[in-house]
Structure formats: structure tokens, C-alpha cells
Design a protein around this ligand. Structure first.
Ligand SMILES: Cc1cc2nc3c(=O)[nH]c(=O)nc-3n(C[C@H](O)[C@H](O)[C@H](O)COP(=O)(O)OP(=O)(O)OC[C@H]3O[C@@H](n4cnc5c(N)ncnc54)[C@H](O)[C@@H]3O)c2cc1C
Length: 287
């Protein structure tokens, strides 16, 4: 049987991939999104969004429902599979766990995952735990918050929070004594060589317990332990930056002709919903 060759295949069904599919489909291209889970990506983890233009406030789930309705109304094909290998010749081959897929152009929108603390932080997702300072700092205006950090990974987040929150505990598992001496913000308290044991609270986060028993009262724990771009399968094939994010030109085209990337997976971009949508639009259009 002859394999179907799509005009455009999109790897990843977060907001970047979904937006790219809308633009491609409206140009009358044969297009499909390949996603191993339900469409939505990181949207599933967002309790409340207050920086998506045109919505003063919307939940991640509500925004996701809107996206899903639009994808359905345009009859965009969604394939349930995970891509595990790629061959980017003139016709691009995507090897899934279930089967292989072929396309003239490919859009990579595989997003990122946040490194976890590995304690009980997910119990408090949307109720104190956050993986995104830019997204959630405003919810804790004038309050005391904490940042989980490793060898300074949380410094930038702590400084951003210090402008909005009354007090910020920077809880770092490494030695941050030098930074503590020169910390530019008076309301940041740096604790070096500390391990977070558990998060404590009833309906919302109230404190974190450190190894040794010390209790730090806090309304939020921002987990700033780094991010992992989902680019393992593109190593050695596409040009990546030092952290593993995909480099593109202004049209979102990667170092390989006909292969595009958009959203959180892209290098040098603000990891936010509206940006991922904008980049998805550009990729969907030029692909
Ligand atoms: C807790 C939290 C709160 C946030 N709050 C906000 C906010 O208030 N405002 C805001 O603007 N932004 C917020 N963000 C950031 C925002 O969610 C992201 O910038 C945005 O969702 C990125 O979308 P994306 O499509 O690029 O990637 P993702 O949403 O990460 O989607 C990538 C998709 O690709 C799929 N995928 C990965 N690998 C493969 C593969 N090999 N094959 C097939 N599919 C694959 C994944 O399953 C996933 O569905 C928040 C993020 C988090 C985690």
C-alpha cells in the first residue's frame, strides 16, 4: 500500500502545535497533529491565566476547551502516537511508536518539561506550587513566597518575585553564601545548602519543611530547578542551542529546509502561551 504523504505534520499538540494546525488547515493543506496524550500540553497544568490577551481571567481548562472546539470544527486530524525518530530527507519521515508518517513539511512543537523537586509539590499545583514565575508571581502580590533553587537556578526568579512579593526565601541546595552577601534585593533571604523535605498545607500551601526540621512559612513554592526541552530525537539533525532548544530563523524554519519549530521548544523565546500561539501561526503559515 502506498503511504500517505501529508503537506504538513505537526509533532506536539500544545497551544503552539494547535495554532500551527489552524493556520495550515485554513491554507487548505492536508495536515495532522501527532500527540501521544490528549491535546493541550502544559495547558493542563495551569489553574488560572491572567495574561492571555482578550481574557481578563480564564482557567487552563477553559482555554483548552476553546482550542479543542476550534480544532474539531476545522476537522483537523489528530493522530495518537509519540514520535521516537525522524529522517529529514526531501520527504520527511516521522517514526512513531505505532507506525511511520510522511510529510513534505514538519512543524516541531514538542514543548518542554520542568525539572521536579521530587517531593510532594504536585499535591499543591495551582494551590501554591508553581513552575513559572512570569505566569504566577502576580497571584502572590504582597505575600511571602519561596523559591526552590539549585546552584543559583532560582536567582532570576527570586529577583523578579522580589518586586511583587513582600518577602522571598531563596532555598538553594548549593552554596550561595557569596550571592547572599551581594544580593541586590533586601527582601530576598538566601538560605544555602538546604534541602526541602516536604510541602505543608491544608487547602493551600502554608509552609515548607527543610531537612533538619526548620519550617519556612510561605504562600507559594516556585520550583526553579531548570527545564528540559523535548529535543532528544533531533540531536545531531537540527541545530540546537547550548541548552538543547531548537534554533530557527524569523519564519520559524530550522537548519533543515522544510522543518519548522515553534513554542517553548524554540531557542531564545519567551515561554508563554501568547508567544507559543504567535510562533505557531508563523510556522503554520510558512510551512
Ligand atoms: C504551571 C504552569 C503555569 C503556566 N502559566 C502560564 C500563564 O499563566 N500564562 C502563560 O502565558 N503561560 C503559562 N505557562 C507557560 C505555557 O503553558 C507554555 O508557554 C505553553 O503552554 C507552551 O506551549 P507549547 O505548545 O510550546 O508546548 P507544550 O504545551 O509543552 O506542548 C508540547 C506537546 O508536545 C507533545 N510532545 C512532546 N514530545 C512529543 C513527541 N516525541 N511526539 C509527539 N508529541 C510530543 C507533548 O505531549 C505536549 O502535549 C505556564 C506553564 C506551566 C507549567
Amino acid at each position: 500500500m502506498k503511504e500517505k504523504i501529508y503537506d504538513i505534520l505537526i509533532i506536539g499538540g500544545g497551544v503552539a502545535g494547535m495554532t500551527a494546525s489552524i493556520y495550515a488547515k485554513r491554507r487548505n493543506k492536508s495536515v495532522a497533529i501527532i500527540e501521544p496524550y490528549v491535546l493541550g500540553g502544559q495547558l493542563f497544568q495551569i489553574e488560572k491565566i491572567e495574561n492571555f490577551p482578550s481574557y481578563a481571567s480564564i482557567t487552563g481548562y477553559e482555554l483548552l476547551e476553546n482550542f479543542q472546539k476550534q480544532i474539531e470544527s476545522l476537522s483537523i486530524e489528530v493522530i495518537s502516537d509519540e514520535i521516537v525518530d525522524v529522517e529529514f530527507e526531501n520527504i520527511k519521515k516521522l517514526v512513531g511508536k505505532k507506525q511511520s508518517y510522511f510529510a513534505k513539511s514538519v512543524i516541531i512543537a514538542t514543548g518542554l518539561s520542568h525539572n521536579k523537586l521530587g517531593k510532594n509539590e504536585d499535591e499543591f499545583l495551582g494551590r501554591g506550587t508553581s513552575y513559572c514565575v512570569t505566569c504566577d508571581a502576580n497571584f502572590y502580590q504582597g505575600q511571602t513566597v519561596a523559591v526552590a533553587s539549585k546552584n543559583g537556578s532560582g536567582v532570576l526568579g527570586a529577583v523578579e518575585l522580589a518586586d511583587i512579593c513582600e518577602k522571598v526565601f531563596l532555598l538553594d541546595s548549593g552554596n550561595m553564601n557569596k550571592y547572599a552577601e551581594h544580593c541586590p534585593k533586601k527582601n530576598i533571604e538566601v538560605l544555602s545548602n538546604v534541602q526541602i523535605e516536604k510541602l505543608i498545607g491544608d487547602k493551600k500551601l502554608e509552609s515548607v519543611e527543610l531537612k533538619g526540621g526548620e519550617i519556612i512559612p510561605t504562600s507559594a513554592l516556585f520550583v526553579e530547578l531548570g527545564k528540559k526541552p523535548q529535543t532528544e530525537i533531533f540531536k545531531g539533525i537540527l541545530e540546537l542551542d547550548g541548552q538543547g532548544y531548537i534554533l530557527t530563523d524569523d519564519r520559524m524554519e530550522t537548519s533543515v529546509k522544510g522543518v519548522f519549530a515553534c513554542g517553548d521548544i524554540r531557542a531564545n523565546t519567551l515561554k508563554q502561551l501568547v508567544v507559543a500561539c504567535g510562533e505557531g501561526a508563523v510556522a503554520g503559515n510558512f510551512a
